[in-house]
Design a protein around this ligand. Structure first.
Ligand code: HEM
Length: 299
């Protein structure tokens, strides 16, 4: 998954050793994340009290930025980040950042100003971090559920075979090359239902990112003051018996009876594995595509 996201981010297929370098600098930061959280509580005092921890964080960030900025510069030098009209060249995520200009109404930046290399590095890292663990955790849960429920697995297998035909018989010394592609996935409603049921029953994120209340608001008799930090019980929402029939059961069929289920929550929120509203996960469509692709090919 990380290899795939690195490819989407920088538009190039790197060899394993290069991908491992990118993975290492990200993992180093993620593994120490909890220890650095205290630095955000009292930033000014923390800089004095936790001097060594600050230095450690700065070192890890600068190591990560060096690696990512090198890749960004190499993409810019190759000329491939320039938009080329009429060409079928891959547009990498970083190309969209390189070509981004701040609009006039942005008060923090000059009109037409570009992102700095450090800003681009942070946004690329957010893309790599946001899309790896979440999708692989969901994939592992869905595959575990399919192992536990052979009836559902067979039903899914039958749907796949109906769309792409049976897999070729294994022959000694011949590599099986069958791959289910993106267009085929659109013709598999049960596959989508299996993925949605996996996200309902086991959302990879049990909470969203912390949100800040912009205006004082009353919710069911509770006054939430402006500036408060709030969060949502994503994990519990998908298991609410008032909303879901037999919530602990893994039943993909519930998503077939519901017409087209809107996972963004714009028509009402029954679950929110990707959050909801303005801060909803920007990678939700990509995540659903990756999950359907990997589940179908593994089955
Ligand atoms: C099954 C897979 C995924 C799940 C369950 C998931 C879930 C979430 C959730 C719950 C949030 C917080 C939303 C909020 O605060 O309201 C979020 C934010 C985010 N996600 Fe995902 N995500 C997934 C895949 C991805 C992918 C594939 C990408 C990109 C490649 C991605 C990029 C991001 C980013 C950049 C944010 C931060 C958005 C912001 O700060 O406003 N996610 N995701």
């Amino acid at each position: 998954m990380f290899c795939l996201l690195v490819f989407m981010c920088f538009g190039e297929k790197f060899d394993e050793s290069k991908v491992n370098v990118v993975a290492k600098v990200h993992l180093d930061l993620l593994l120490h994340f909890r220890r650095f959280r205290v630095l955000t509580s009292f930033p000014k005092l923390g800089k004095i009290l936790f001097r060594n921890r600050w230095k450690e964080l700065e070192k890890l960030r600068s190591d990560r930025d060096k690696v990512v900025i090198r890749l960004i510069k190499s993409r810019i030098r190759s000329g491939n980040s320039e938009p080329q009209l009429g060409s079928d060249q891959i547009v990498a995520y970083v190309d969209t950042l390189v070509n981004l200009r701040f609009p006039e109404e942005d008060s923090d930046h000059g009109n037409g100003e570009r992102l700095t290399l450090n800003e681009m590095a942070t946004i690329c890292s957010e893309f790599l971090n946001g899309g790896t663990d979440t999708t692989t955790t969901a994939l592992q849960w869905i595959m575990a559920k399919l192992v536990k429920h052979p009836r559902i697995q067979s039903k899914l297998y039958d749907e796949i075979v109906e769309v792409v035909g049976p897999p070729p018989l294994p022959l000694k010394g011949v590599k099986l090359e069958m791959v289910i592609n993106e267009e085929d996935l659109q013709k598999m409603p049960y596959l989508k239902a299996v993925v949605l049921e996996g996200l309902r029953r086991h959302p990879p994120a049990h909470f969203v990112l912390p949100h800040r209340v912009m205006k004082e608001v009353e919710v069911q008799g509770y006054m939430i003051p402006q500036g408060a930090t709030i969060n949502f019980m994503v994990g519990a929402m998908g298991l609410d018996p008032k909303v879901w029939d037999e919530p602990m059961e893994f039943k993909p069929e519930r998503f077939l009876n519901d017409g087209v289920f809107d996972v963004s929550g714009s028509k009402g929120i029954k679950m929110m594995p990707f959050g909801a509203g303005r801060r909803i996960c920007p990678g939700s469509d990509l995540a659903l595509l990756h999950l359907k692709y990997f589940v179908a090919n593994l089955i």
